[in-house]
Design a protein. Structure first.
Length: 401
């Protein structure tokens, strides 16, 4: 019997996790990894934190060392840009003109940084952070005294702002919305995070839109906001969201909704023998039962593993409950469940920016929909998170925290 030919398009964590899932059930079927990156797969969270701050070389962020891939019978093809999928012929067309045939295919092409539409956005000194190369450029540019404007008050913008300040830069955060961390934070939590940044010497400007980037001597001099005020800047880091890399699939016959590739509970697309995982997958959330797309490390890790197992014949539903994390300064944030549709938020604990430790419960009706924790007790952190996940799953409210 011929061995199954596995092809994975994408070079991030979901792709590598899928390889691990395949190898749990199929030890020998050849795997081809097609990635547009010029680097072996790496973890992205350190790019806005420790790696940006100069801690460790590239080996510190790689998912696996180079030898792991041939040891696991994986052919890695770097700098390969996929153009389309031909479902009936079971092949992937590359921009080079080559077609790569598959028996089982995983789509895990992740996201690209969303581009800001403002005059002067191409000025040298206006930068994005998504790839390892982006991080190298930022790391070289951020120095003590450099004036940095972080455009965006979400995960990337907040983490870059905190890291740049730690590196000695003068930092301003500009957020177009009324508050920071709008994706999960209640007004009280947003105000808390703003106090944290301001206590570290960061200027925060919410409800402020960037109108243009002003250059002088062919490099960035200022970020001009909507009231006409120029914010002096040597460097602007734009972190205004991400866009799923699904445009190349638009003519291939897949179902795409709001940028996400629709999959079922087993992470299968409507295309025969094609799965999707990670940032691009719009999947049925196991708790809310509603379609959802997530752009976080934990989601890529869990979905990739499950998709890989299913490619190798497991036929198992994806039941992992969503969770993600962030770090700014000495604060660790964990976000669980659905924090977007709550009726009310109940905070238990201490929200003092100098020594915070609290849990925010996101309640919908009489049920617990999600939770945000800040600086859980380190010794009991895993157990406490597991307990919160149980309450979210069972839709019960914890009596005591």
């Amino acid at each position: 019997m011929a061995e199954t030919q596995y092809v994975i398009v994408g070079g991030g964590l979901a792709a590598v996790s899928a390889i691990e899932g395949i190898r749990e059930l199929d030890k020998t079927g050849p795997i081809t990894l097609l990635t547009a990156e010029r680097e072996l797969p790496y973890h992205r969270p350190p790019l806005s934190k420790s790696f940006l701050a100069g801690k460790g070389g590239v080996e510190a962020v790689r998912v696996h060392e180079a030898a792991w891939y041939p040891e696991n019978k994986v052919r890695v093809r770097l700098n390969q840009v996929a153009k389309s999928v031909h479902i009936s012929r079971q092949s992937v067309a590359l921009e080079s003109g080559e077609r790569v045939e598959y028996d089982k295919l995983l789509l895990a092409t992740g996201c690209a940084a969303k581009r800001l539409n403002a005059p002067g956005v191409d000025t040298p000194g206006v930068m994005y952070l998504r790839t390892l190369q982006d991080c190298y450029a930022l790391r070289a540019a951020i120095k003590p005294g450099v004036r940095v404007v972080s455009v965006g008050g979400g995960f990337v913008g907040m983490e870059v702002a905190a890291t740049a300040r730690h590196m000695g830069a003068q930092v301003t955060v500009v957020e177009v919305g009324p508050s920071l961390y709008r994706g999960f934070a209640s007004p009280d939590l947003s105000a808390f995070f703003q106090r944290v940044l301001e206590s570290q010497g960061i200027t925060v400007r919410t409800a402020t839109r960037v109108s243009r980037f002003r250059a002088q001597d062919e490099k960035l001099a200022a970020v001009v906001v909507d009231d006409g005020e120029p914010i002096p800047a040597d460097l602007a880091v734009v972190g205004v969201g991400a866009e799923p890399n699904t445009q190349w699939l638009a003519s291939s016959g897949f179902s795409i909704d709001r940028g996400g590739l629709i999959v079922n509970l087993r992470l299968e697309t409507p295309g025969k023998d094609v799965w999707a995982a990670g940032d691009i997958a719009r999947f049925p959330d196991p708790v809310t039962k509603q379609p959802r797309r997530l752009e976080h490390w934990d989601n890529a890790l869990a979905q990739g593993k499950q998709a890989g197992r299913n490619m190798a014949g497991a036929d198992e539903p994806y039941l992992h409950q969503s969770a993600f994390f962030s770090d700014i300064f000495d604060i660790t944030i964990n976000v669980l469940g659905d924090t977007e549709n709550a009726d009310s938020v109940e905070v238990r604990g201490d929200m003092d920016p100098a020594s915070p430790r609290f849990t925010a419960l996101y309640v919908k009706g009489p049920l617990l929909a999600g939770a945000v924790t800040v600086n859980l007790n380190t010794a009991d952190r895993a157990a406490e998170l597991d307990d919160l996940q149980r309450h979210i799953r069972e839709r019960t409210i914890p009596a005591v925290l």
